[in-house]
Write a protein that binds this ligand. Structure first.
Ligand code: BGC
Length: 544
């Protein structure tokens, strides 16, 4: 079963997420920029990544690192100009790479001219473009927290995230008849907002963008508990893609693939919300998630040397979503992102290698967060920057080399967007380039392996061979046509042995660390050291 009706390039893609502020500063102002991304395209490609997700780069007061847009059609001067972004598209395309942008569809900044007009007491074209009540005194409820007294408009507005990110008006799926300010989804002003958002997408795709990662994609239509209205909107957007931009992709930040892929997204991230699938793999211990709030109870990740995790917590959700969406699109399990603590945390390089062997051998599309290829750490104790709070820890400058500011910028250290990781032994690209044993080399080798074996890739099938409650290792089969690959990971410090089912009479190793094979009574037994992994080609015929 293949994903149908999807751009072919997606089937072999590995994405790299660039947080532009922290990637490479070419003009010495301490903040990364688009010419910096262009300069590093060859490096990104050398990782086996053939597509980029660029975090927001549009004009913004940067209350939330650019997720508060005040002009959707203009690159913020801190990053360069529209010309630079167009040059990035061109340079990427010349290398056979793709560039996807971040579309903040659900809200703007309070600085956006639409919102400024909407906040006026007098009625104008933008009055209904945001969700306003009909009185400045409307009380907030838990479903509808409101901001009151913002302007002379006798109304309160609904924020979508922080208070300065007012929700654009995509309408109410079930408007309350007692509250006429809750506009239906087919109200002309709601339709105008929707068309404007589509035109913004067209604008950038006409200039060369290859699609969008959509921020908070599930948040658009209000009073829509089953997301029926939001799904319908995105289906309409997908129809536009299919008709006008069939080579471009829609990527959801939804974290519920059943809904997101039904809505027409080509892929969805399975991350830290809606289910505990992703958290249960990597980020279940205290302080590993930058959205942590005091009082949260923590468990144990499966990928942890203590070996107290449970792969079934992941599989329960993953297999369900995977089976339901296999023909519709892809699920992405990223190494991390700009909202999460670094996957490195307390882990050793050997532990990261096991995790990456898993992430690079799962169905769907791998995402590498900048710096994770060298194992950059979360830098604790930083002051918040541009609405980051704890998230600043994973947004620090890229560590290119051992030179000034780790090769990120020529600015004075106090001018850097965020301070560098102060650790003496912090990793760098230059150091890891020289070692075939480095994490960087491991990532490159995994990308090469994945791209050489279609069964390992996005469309390949997935079957659990051994995945039991509270047990290690985890073993699964990837398959496509006649190719069958077996992946075994043992992230815990204790060694494990596992007899494979009898049909596996002959296997050939493709990549491994710490795993031996023994034959006993006709069956193959995997003898796995603590913190080990192996990827095998199955030579004997297999019946799925
Ligand atoms: C983005 C965050 C941002 C928020 C509000 C998220 O999902 O990834 O970085 O703060 O949306 O736009």
């Amino acid at each position: 079963m293949m994903v149908k009706n999807c751009p072919l390039w997606l089937k072999n893609s590995i994405f790299y997420e660039v947080y532009p502020q922290s990637f490479l500063d070419t003009n010495g102002d301490g903040i990364g920029d688009l010419p910096g991304v262009i300069e590093k395209l060859d490096y990104i490609q050398s990782l086996g990544c053939n597509a980029i997700w660029l975090n927001p780069c549009f004009v913004s007061p940067f209350g939330d690192a650019g997720y508060d847009v005040s002009d959707y059609r203009k690159v913020d001067p801190r990053f360069g100009s529209n010309r630079d972004l167009i040059r990035l598209f061109k340079e990427a395309h010349q290398r056979g790479m793709k560039v996807t942008l971040d579309l903040v569809a659900g809200h703007t900044s309070i600085e956006h001219p639409w919102f400024k007009a909407s906040a006026k007491a007098s009625t104008n074209r933008y009055t209904n473009w945001y969700v306003w009540t009909d009185s400045a005194w409307t009380e907030s409820t838990s479903e509808m927290p409101l901001i009151r007294g913002f302007s002379d408009r006798n109304a309160a507005y609904l924020p979508n995230f922080f208070y300065f990110q007012p929700a654009l008006n995509f309408g109410f799926q079930n408007p309350d008849p007692q509250k006429p300010w809750q506009l239906p989804t087919d109200h002309p002003d709601v339709l105008a907002v929707r068309e404007e958002m589509k035109d913004i997408m067209r604008y950038w795709m006409d200039l060369g963008a290859d699609g969008f990662r959509v921020d908070m994609a599930a948040s658009l239509v209000k009073a829509d508990p089953d997301r029926v209205g939001t799904i319908a909107f995105w289906q309409d957007v997908r129809a536009m893609f299919d008709q006008e931009y069939p080579e471009c992709v829609l990527i959801a930040e939804w974290s519920f693939p059943r809904h997101a892929l039904q809505a027409g997204f080509h892929m969805d991230f399975m991350i830290h919300f809606n289910t505990d699938a992703y958290t249960s793999l990597f980020r279940d211990e205290q302080k590993r998630d930058s959205f942590d709030t005091p009082g949260t109870e923590y468990g144990h990740s499966f990928f942890d040397r203590e070996g107290l995790g449970d792969i079934c917590r992941f599989l329960r959700h993953y297999v369900d979503h995977f089976e339901a969406t296999r023909e519709q699109g892809y699920i992405s399990l990223p190494t991390g992102n700009h909202d999460l603590s670094r996957i490195r945390c307390h882990r050793s390089q050997a532990e990261l290698k096991v995790i990456y062997a898993f992430l690079w051998s799962m169905p769907g599309i791998p995402y590498l967060y900048y710096g994770d290829e060298i194992g950059m750490s979360s830098v604790d104790g930083l002051s918040s920057k541009e609405g980051a709070f704890g998230r600043a820890a994973s947004r620090t400058p890229m560590q290119w080399d051992e030179g000034r500011n780790a090769g990120f910028s020529t600015a004075k250290p106090e001018k850097l967007y965020l301070p560098l990781d102060p650790a003496k032994n912090r990793p760098s690209v230059a150091k890891q380039e020289t070692s075939s044993q480095s994490l960087l080399s491991h990532v490159r080798a995994l990308s090469t392996l994945r791209l050489a074996h279609p069964a390992l890739g996005s469309d390949g099938g997935f079957k659990v061979i051994y995945g039991r409650k509270n047990r290690y290792p985890f073993v699964y089969l990837r398959y496509l046509d006649d190719e069958h690959l077996l992946v075994a990971v043992n992230p815990c410090a204790a060694p494990q042995r596992l007899k494979l089912p009898h049909c596996y009479t002959s296997i050939r190793v493709l990549k491994k660390a710490g795993v031996k094979v023994e034959k006993s009574t006709g069956a193959i037994e995997l003898v796995m050291a603590g913190i080990s992994y192996a990827i095998y080609e199955v030579v004997s015929p297999v019946n799925i």
